[in-house]
Each structure stands twice: as C-alpha cells, then as structure tokens.
Design a protein around this ligand. Structure first.
Ligand code: AMP
Length: 203
C-alpha cells in the first residue's frame, strides 16, 4: 500500500505515520526526518538546508524530489510506503506521479489553535525520533533511549506561525489535487482514536 499523509505541521502526521508503518509493515518516509539527519551529520545537503528549515520555509522542490526519488527506489519500498511530509507543493505532487502510483491519501485535520499549543509543547528525541508532549513528561528525557529531549528550532513560537502560512499557501492546494483518493481524519482526539479512523479507511 502506497500512502500519503497530508496535513499541517503539528497535525499529528508523524505519530500517525509511525502507527501505520508498524501495523502495515511499510516504511515511514519522512522528508523532515531525512533533512534533520543531513543537518545533524553536517553533510553538504545538511549545510544547504539548515537555515531554510530553521526559518520554517520549504526546501527547494528539486532537492526534495531528488531525495524522495532515491529513497523510494530502495528495496524496502517495493511493497509500499507511507509518505509523511511529502509532497508539500503541487510540483512535488506532479513529480511523484512519475515516480510511483499512490493508492491512498489521508488528510489529518486539526484546528490551528490546537496545532499551535501542541507544537509549542512538543519535545523530540534527537536520537530515536520519538515525539512527546510536555504534559506527559516528568523530565525531558526520552523514555525509549534515555537521550535528553530537545525542542526543534522550528517548533519555537515565531517559526510556527510562518510554517502554518507556508502550509496554507503551498501545501493545502494538494487537497484538491488528490480529491479522488483522499479521506479526512480528525486528530483532535487521542492518537489511538485517530488511528482507528485510518484503519477503518484502509482495511
Ligand atoms: P517536518 O518535520 O515534516 O515538519 O519538516 C521540517 C522541515 O523540513 C520543513 O519545515 C521544511 O523546511 C523541510 N521539509 C520537509 N519536508 C519537505 C518537503 N516535502 N518539501 C520542502 N521542504 C520540506
């Protein structure tokens, strides 16, 4: 099964993608995670995208399409994958049509004020990628691998607003682009409740 997760930053795509990946045994392909790894490793690409990501803007389409094309050619993607954070522009969506045929698109919906709350209190493990909300933590340490959690630079209040504007302008038009294979789920409940809606659609 080849799936795209669409939705604003902070709508819960990452958490949902991890659950789908586990349940259906398909890799989660997060362009955001791929870029963050490049930044951490200080690769050429990492140096190029660091300041773009910190500002909340989008990495240029050509660069993004290239890394996704390369990733989707790997053997673990043969039986399907879940794209989390790609495509983010119509050009990326068009390019993807020439790379692979997508079966389903899931739009994760959440009100902007809840998104802002959730992103401001999001903490991420720089080692294993696990995501937490401050309210579920006694201290800012990863429950899985014991690393100190961080607040992503782009989860700081000044950047969140910009990321939401970028989403509205560049990414939301993809909702129409995929209208024939798209289903909407609400992530205003718990992650489990959101996942139940997804399973009902996919099964
Ligand atoms: P995310 O973790 O998906 O919120 O992505 C973090 C940042 O990585 C974004 O704000 C962009 O700067 C960059 N990024 C991730 N995916 C894409 C994409 N498909 N196109 C352009 N930039 C992206």
């Amino acid at each position: 099964m080849k799936i795209i997760l669409l939705g604003a930053p902070g709508s819960g795509k990452g958490t949902l993608a991890k659950k789908i990946s586990k349940e259906y045994n398909i890799p989660q392909i997060s362009t955001g995670d791929m870029f963050r790894t490049c930044v951490k490793e200080e690769s050429e690409l990492g140096k190029k995208v660091k300041s773009i990501m910190e500002s909340g803007a989008l990495v240029p389409d050509e660069v993004t399409i290239e890394i996704v094309k390369d990733r989707l050619s790997k053997v673990d993607c043969k039986n399907g994958f879940i794209l989390d954070g790609f495509p983010r522009t119509i050009s990326q969506g068009e390019a993807l049509e020439n790379i692979s045929q997508i079966d389903k698109v899931i739009l994760v919906e959440l009100d902007n004020d809840i998104i802002i709350d959730r992103l401001s209190s999001r903490r991420t493990c720089p080692n294993c990628g696990e995501i937490y909300s401050l309210s579920e933590l006694e201290n800012e340490v990863c429950k899985k691998c014991n690393s100190n959690l961080i607040q992503r630079d782009d989860d700081k209040p000044e950047t969140i607003k910009h990321r939401l504007e970028v989403y509205e302008k560049s990414t939301a038009p993809l909702i129409n682009f995929y209208s024939d294979k798209l289903v909407k789920v609400s992530s205003s409940g718990t992650p489990e409740e959101t996942f139940e809606q997804v399973k009902a659609f996919l099964n």
